[in-house]
Design a protein around this ligand. Structure first.
Ligand SMILES: [Zn+2]
Ligand SMILES: [Zn+2]
Length: 69
């Protein structure tokens, strides 16, 4: 399982490689580039599923709701 992902901040558009929490659904994180809060839209599972280049570990574990399948 991969728990690092490249996330593109919707505020500053800067990609950064971040470590995803394996057992937690993260609805918001803080951008390490600009310090703004990156919040997941209501229709997305979490910030990783919304803005990163791969689904989060929670979704990777549960293939039934994997939007990338
Ligand atoms: Zn940012
Ligand atoms: Zn997710």
């Amino acid at each position: 399982m991969l728990n690092t992902a490249t996330i593109v901040c919707p505020h500053c558009q800067q990609p950064s490689v971040e470590t995803m929490r394996v057992r937690m659904v993260e609805r918001s994180i803080r951008c390490s580039e600009c310090g703004e809060t990156i919040a997941a839209p209501a229709d997305k599972h979490c910030v990783w599923c919304a803005y990163a280049d791969m689904p989060c570990p929670v979704v990777q574990n549960d293939g039934s709701c994997n939007p990338y399948k």
